[in-house]
Write a protein that binds this ligand. Sequence first.
Ligand SMILES: Cc1cc2nc3c(=O)[nH]c(=O)nc-3n(C[C@H](O)[C@H](O)[C@H](O)COP(=O)(O)O)c2cc1C
Length: 195
Amino acid sequence: MKEISERRSIRKYTSEPVDAEIIKAVLRAGMLAPSAKNRQPWKFYVYSGNSKAVLLDEMEKGLIREREGEKTLPDSYNGLPDAFNTLRIMREAPVIIMVENTNGSSPFLPVSADDRITEICDTLSVGAAVQNILLTAQEMGYGTLWVANTCFAYNELAEFAGISGQLTGAVVLGVPDEKPSARPRKPEDEVIIFR
Ligand SMILES: Cc1cc2nc3c(=O)[nH]c(=O)nc-3n(C[C@H](O)[C@H](O)[C@H](O)COP(=O)(O)O)c2cc1C
């Protein structure tokens, strides 16, 4: 409960690098998550230093293409300024972990109802892994940001990272340089229904 209630999305990081052993420890926590049919449909790609800079150049290319050129998510255009802000945060942070659903496929391909059910289950499984990562990082004194704004540069990032399954997003990891207060949550009686 301590880590659950004290975790915040961190959008400001110090430049302090994160030791590979720390990164492995939080990812091992991710690997302990439950998964549908125990498929463990996850893979984590760790970027730091120059590899991170080049990865984020690709993300920037994708965001600019989405803003000024061919749009892959035209109905989500309003979300682009936030995506550029997320990119800025990612540039400042020491570590980016790209998260793949290894059993998934590109969101731009059609999907049958059967495959969508499988995809929902795998997405939930990957989400459980990511939450383990966030909470373990919190316990170890690190800050995180769960990022889905990678979606605007989906094709650029998936190709660059060699992700042939589904890129579900990224986790930013580093030493926090801010202490945000808790963001609001919906009232209990709106969310919890006893019948
Ligand atoms: C699946 C998912 C995707 C998210 N994507 C982004 C993102 O791309 N950029 C960002 O700044 N925050 C992102 N967030 C963070 C949310 O905005 C944040 O969790 C929410 O506002 C609640 O704040 P808290 O995490 O501090 O409790 C994402 C969170 C989740 C769970």
